[in-house]
Structures are given as C-alpha cells and as structure tokens.
Design a protein. Structure first.
Length: 144
C-alpha cells in the first residue's frame, strides 16, 4: 500500500458559514477515519489549509471530492508526496485556527502579520501546520 501526504490551500467562498464549517468537520472526521486518513484542517476567515495523509487511493478520492466543493475556490496543491510515516498520526481531522500562533512563530511565515498561504512552499506549509499543532497543544496543556 502506498502512503501519501497531500497539502493544499484554498480560499473560502460566501457559501461557507459557521454551519457549513461544522458540516465539513463532521463529514471529514467520519469519512477520513473510515478510510485511514489522518490530517489537519486549518481555517482562517480568508483561507483553508489542509493536510491529508493516508493510503494513496483514499487520499485521491477525498481530494477529488474536496476540489469540487463550492464552499471554497482557488485551490492550490502545495505538496503531494509518497511518505513512510505520518506527521499527524493522532488526528482524524483536527481543526486549527492560525490566530493561535504567537508573533515570533508567525514571523517565520510572513513579514506583514498576515500569512499568504498560496505563496508558501511545500516545506513551509508543512512546518506551518506542525507549528499550529504544537502551539495548540501547549495552549491546551494545563498550567504547571
Ligand atoms: P454529507 O453527509 O452528504 O454532507 C454533510 C453536510 O455537508 C450536509 O449538510 C450537506 O448538505 C453538506 N454538503 C455536502 N457536500 C456539499 C457541497 N459540495 N457543498 C455544500 N454543502 C455540501 N470531506 C471529507 O470527507 N474529508 C475531508 O477531509 C474534507 N475536507 C474538506 C475541506 C474543505 C476546505 C472543504 C470545503 C470540504 C471538505 N470536505 C471533506 C467535504 C467534501 O467536499 C464533501 O462535502 C464531503 O466529503 C461529503 O461527504 P458526505 O457525503 O459524507 O457528507
């Protein structure tokens, strides 16, 4: 079985409201878990960035659905590569908000204070999602 990692970014359309976000998240959790896909979905009022990791056929099928969804547009594929292991093994589809990033971390990806995800290289996109996961983990950890 070939394992792949796929990362894309897109722009949210007006068809995407809070209810739609909840629908996307619940459909993603269910469908992805059934197919052995892990990954994260990051959303900002302006954009989505998503990583899907899992069996190649399953990732291709879900990505094909995602690209015909009218709740977003301007889809840019940033990374599609065969992998030996997963970066987001424990996530069936975590939801991340970029506004949790501290200034120092944000500065790695932008000089203006606002990230332009369509301009990121594959490695930067990967690190951006890993930084978000790490900061979310730290912020939800109990204070010592
Ligand atoms: P259903 O149970 O049929 O639908 C769930 C709800 O979403 C329903 O209320 C339905 O009315 C609504 N809905 C379904 N499709 C659309 C559509 N195209 N436009 C408007 N409303 C719709 N799906 C995944 O399975 N895994 C993912 O990782 C994933 N990531 C996504 C990321 C983004 C940024 C977006 C925009 C969508 C994503 N989706 C994902 C959703 C995907 O495009 C399909 O909508 C979904 O897979 C349909 O699954 P379902 O048939 O089980 O859902």
């Amino acid at each position: 079985m070939h394992m792949v990692r796929l990362i894309y970014v897109s722009t949210m359309t007006d068809a995407c409201d809070t209810e739609a976000l909840q629908d996307i998240l619940s459909a993603s959790k269910k469908n992805n878990a059934e197919r052995g896909i892990s990954g994260v979905l990051c959303y900002d009022p302006a954009f989505f960035m998503q990583c899907l990791e899992g069996p190649r056929d399953a990732v291709n099928e879900i990505y094909s659905r995602i690209t015909s969804d009218e709740r977003h547009k301007n889809i840019t594929l940033l990374e599609y590569t065969e992998v030996d292991g997963r970066l987001f093994e424990n996530w069936t589809m975590g939801f991340l908000r970029p506004n949790i990033l501290d200034k120092e971390t944000l500065a790695k990806y932008t000089t203006t204070g606002r990230v332009n995800p369509h301009a990121l290289k594959a490695e930067q996109a990967r690190n951006f999602l890993l930084d978000l996961v790490e900061q979310q983990r730290r912020q939800s950890a109990p204070n010592m």
